[in-house]
Design a binder for this molecule. Structure first.
Ligand code: SF4
Length: 330
């Protein structure tokens, strides 16, 4: 990327100069490499998706390998497959389908993840379309465990089962996940909803964490539990589930529109300041604009890559190369 421009500069210029293709970015901003490079292309591709969801077409060649393959590549060259489990809830039928897939494709390791999902580890690349097809037929979609996008919304059982529950934390988690899945973000986004301050879903160390209380929902942002461990900062306290949904979606869209690629929310908030985030989202009209912009993007990008890639034509891309060594020896 051109040295004189920061990512924030590039984002600003993409918006103000209405740059709607990678070629326009390279030309208008004086890129030194003609077609960008492996570092800048994923960032530019993301910025264009976020700013021009209608006008720009996603470029799979400008994505990291895990996003191209729709699965995390493992150290032995196999892949991991993680179906989405809305709010961490599953059913006997889904579990049967996962168990059947594990048997059918000789999956060596089946592991429960920290985000309340089931990870099938050690899947061969050529089996990916077929295993996706089986899981799709059982009603499941990709968990996007490989994506710079919404990963998981972890929940506790809340008022459904727990005597301490103050709100329907599981229900809110499922609603959030159904609204936000499939959205591309500058980095991965993890969420959680706990039904009371005992915080069994560990909401206080997520990118967005909601703690339910008797009077409503305390929304915190900018938590993390990875290389850096961060407690969320309080964003707002709201009385209703609808308000909680609106604030979370608006926050995610603000992050989508402004953050540097590969900055998790806590890094972005450290740069722009929590006060600016609160002030911006506190403006009702701006909140509505952000939600509308998010909805528009989702109308284009909220689609299940497994269902698409399992189709015959796409599946060919995952077939192993033919072994021509015997023919060559003859
Ligand atoms: S966070 Fe509260 S409501 Fe949720 S399971 Fe724990 S004790 Fe129960």
């Amino acid at each position: 990327m051109i040295q004189a421009l920061t990512h924030e500069d590039v984002r600003r210029l993409i918006k103000s100069q209405e740059l709607q293709s990678q070629e326009a970015v390279w030309q208008e901003l004086g890129w030194k490499t003609r077609n960008g490079c492996h570092v800048c292309r994923p960032a530019i591709n993301y910025y264009l998706i976020a700013d021009w969801p209608v006008e720009y077409q996603d470029d799979p060649q400008s994505r990291f390998v895990n996003e191209r393959k729709h699965a995390n590549i493992q150290k032995d060259g196999t892949f991991s497959v993680v179906p989405r489990m809305w709010g961490g809830i599953t059913t006997a039928n889904e579990l049967r389908a996962i168990a059947d897939a594990a048997d059918k494709y000789n999956v060596p390791t089946v592991k429960v993840t920290g985000g309340q999902r089931i990870d099938l580890l050690g899947v061969k690349g050529e089996d990916l379309p077929a295993i996706w097809d089986d899981l799709t037929k059982a009603g499941m979609v990709s968990g996007h465990a490989y994506a710079k996008g919404l990963r998981t919304v972890k929940t506790c059982v809340g008022t459904d089962h727990c005597r301490f529950g103050t709100q329907d934390s599981t229900g809110l988690g499922i609603k959030l996940e159904k609204k936000l899945w499939g959205s591309w973000t500058p980095h991965k986004v993890k969420m959680a909803v706990s039904g009371c301050p005992r915080n069994c879903a560990e909401a206080t160390c997520k990118d967005v964490g909601i703690v339910c209380v008797d009077s409503g929902f305390e929304i915190g942002v900018g938590g993390a539990a990875g290389m850096d461990v961060k407690e969320v900062q309080p964003l707002v306290k709201v009385a209703t589930e609808d308000e909680a949904m609106e604030w979370v979606v608006a926050f995610v869209q603000l992050y989508r529109e402004n953050a540097k690629y590969l900055d998790r929310p806590y890094k972005w908030i450290a740069k722009v300041g929590l006060e600016w985030v609160q002030e911006t989202l506190g403006d009702e009209a701006e909140r509505a604009r952000l939600v509308a912009a998010f909805d528009l993007s989702q109308s284009i990008y909220q689609k299940d890559p497994w269902a698409e890639r399992a189709k015959a034509e796409e599946a060919k891309k995952f077939a192993p190369l033919a072994d021509l060594t015997l023919e060559a020896a003859e």
